[in-house]
Ligand binder design. Sequence first.
Ligand SMILES: Cc1cc2nc3c(=O)[nH]c(=O)nc-3n(C[C@H](O)[C@H](O)[C@H](O)COP(=O)(O)OP(=O)(O)OC[C@H]3O[C@@H](n4cnc5c(N)ncnc54)[C@H](O)[C@@H]3O)c2cc1C
Length: 482
Amino acid sequence: MKHRVNVAIIGAGFAGSILASILAKSGCSVALIDATEHPRFAIGESSTPLADMILRRLAKLYQLPHLEALSTWGSWQDRFPYLACGRKRGFSYYQHFRNQVFSERNFGRHSLLVAASANDSVADTHWYRQDVDEFLYREAINRGVVGLLGHTVHEIESEPTGRSIIRCATPQEQVSVTSDWLIDASGSAAVSARLLGQQELTETLRTRTHTAFAHYRNLGSWSEQLRELRQDTQRDPFDSDDAAQHHLLDDGWVWMLRFNNGITSMGRTEVLGDNSKPITHDFTEYPSLARMMATASIAAPAQGIRSTGRLQHLVSPVISQRHLLLPSAAMTLDPLHSTGIAHALGGVDRVSSILLTESEHEQQAAIQQYETSFFEESYLLDHLVSTAYSVMHDFERFTTACMIYFAGAICCEERLQQGQNPTHLWNADDPTFVDFADQACVRLLEPNGDYEEMISEGLAPWNTAGLMDRKVANRYAYTATK
Ligand SMILES: Cc1cc2nc3c(=O)[nH]c(=O)nc-3n(C[C@H](O)[C@H](O)[C@H](O)COP(=O)(O)OP(=O)(O)OC[C@H]3O[C@@H](n4cnc5c(N)ncnc54)[C@H](O)[C@@H]3O)c2cc1C
């Protein structure tokens, strides 16, 4: 079987499928190839204001109203109540100590809540990926995209003309797809880079972590435990269960993301050292977490808890002038700040515009800009994330490390809201901000350094949301830009 198309996309996750819809809507012939079938288990579920703003931008630019509907909890529930998702009002963090029930003598000493939305209606969401990815795939197929599910890409040939020949197979048949453009949206598999022996840059990343994750049924409520502990939840800007919940442990952290179908995504992530043991979901040493887990049973994946080796990988997103990787294929960083969905969607936005540019000169310049933006964003995030891990045992320092990330994210959201289209996400195109973030990270790692004044004063030009205000006891209610 042979296909000839303008654009071949490897990977029918949400990013590949949205890109396919945009290109098909704009008149390109597109083949979308994936080794698996929908629905399938996938991780990477917690959306953010930036991700949702890019969804709305793409919806408007390419007249794809389903993307706008998926960009807030309220519109999602109105339009697609049959697609499972979770309500996400913001980010919450709780510090636990071994063999101690969670408690705080001083409110906010071991907890942090950062609101990302003003109310439930405009809240962000956790994507139950098996529903969302299948839906977005069907949307692409309905727009005329050739879907090749169950087809594993095993060979890529690049012709001198710039065309690619992609060979993929099911157990029954061999298929070849010839395309003018090849876009790799295969996520952490980075299929085309690996098949073509692209140089790995992973060792240039500072972050070194591994994880073990699964979906659970009947995982207990954290908000209920807080109420039982008489935690002053009235002062919280949102219900703690409606969040990307981070439980910090002595040796890593746990995420909990609750969907509206009774399922919770849970993963435990740790720094990877030479003697690291495999990560388990045994929380006997952390009684408050053990209590939530007591009623829980694994819902997916079918093989049980999925463990990874080192999570990080990095390659250049530009393999040739007609062969690009989405940011989510060129880099996997870490789940700590939930940056993957926004990075993938930012890539969809930029790659669509590159492919739909008619002038070759402008196209070349845009490809160069794509690569520059990708690396500058990736190294900024890497520095912020690796620093947060290094200081995770010290809640005040950890909170400060998060504040630098939030300031960059909020500045970028504000620029998007003003109608600008920055070349980089997270304010990574502002060299003064990046310099400051680098210096602040170094200062945070100095064991006896007085970091607080330096960082709160230095952050001022970008701190439009009143971050690092000691009076609010780590409860930030007004960071929302929508
Ligand atoms: C543990 C973990 C937690 C994360 N949590 C978050 C989070 O909370 N928030 C967030 O924003 N981001 C998160 N991320 C990042 C997020 O998962 C990714 O950014 C996102 O999944 C990328 O989506 P995608 O559509 O680009 O690729 P994917 O969803 O990975 O899809 C890639 C597709 O490529 C297909 N494929 C692979 N190999 C082949 C092959 N040889 N041939 C054909 N097809 C192939 C796969 O079957 C798959 O369907 C997390 C990542 C990890 C690892």
